[in-house]
Design a protein around this ligand. Sequence first.
Ligand SMILES: [Zn+2]
Ligand SMILES: [Zn+2]
Length: 210
Amino acid sequence: MSKYELYTVQLITTCSNCYILVDTPSRAAAVIDPGCNPDKIMEAIKDANADVKLIIDTHGHWDHIGANVPIQQQTGAKILIHKLDEPMLTDPELNLRKLFLGKGDGGKADRLLEEGDIIELGDLRLQVIHTPGHTEGGICLLCEDLLFTGDTLFRLSVGRSDLPGGDKTALLASLANKLKPLDDSLKVLPGHNSASTLGYEKEHNPFFRQ
Ligand SMILES: [Zn+2]
Ligand SMILES: [Zn+2]
């Protein structure tokens, strides 16, 4: 029996990926980046028989936090985000809510994350890797053979660095210093588009070569 189960929910309005990571024996689960379509996410949660304990935002943009509140209301999960992106939960200018025609806000953080933090989920451990550049408090999450990369790293691309809090130099440094040393066999699970592996990205992604 695998230690974990992973479900990907493709969100329609925001074209982003929401992931449901389940600790197989206990069914304890984390919802990573619930950006919109809360009904679709809740349906996937029920289909997976997942007991959602945590909502983890890889960063504070609306397409990753927009359904924090409805998912929290229906599951009682705690909201986790890096401390530098916490203001984005409630600031519509910073979180680009209008761009995605969203309403409300991203709720209130129950736990603020930092580099190196370990998030416990049943028997699973998620390691927080602070990867600024797309936003100041962007993170990747490492768990078993999975690397959730948010908008830091996409298949053959990276997230924008021209938005508030973005910094191209910081983004390239995050790739070179934080992600490049990690194992090639890791599965890359990005905030948008399809999955990849870290080895493939190190070899073919132009942003790893700059
Ligand atoms: Zn983003
Ligand atoms: Zn995004």
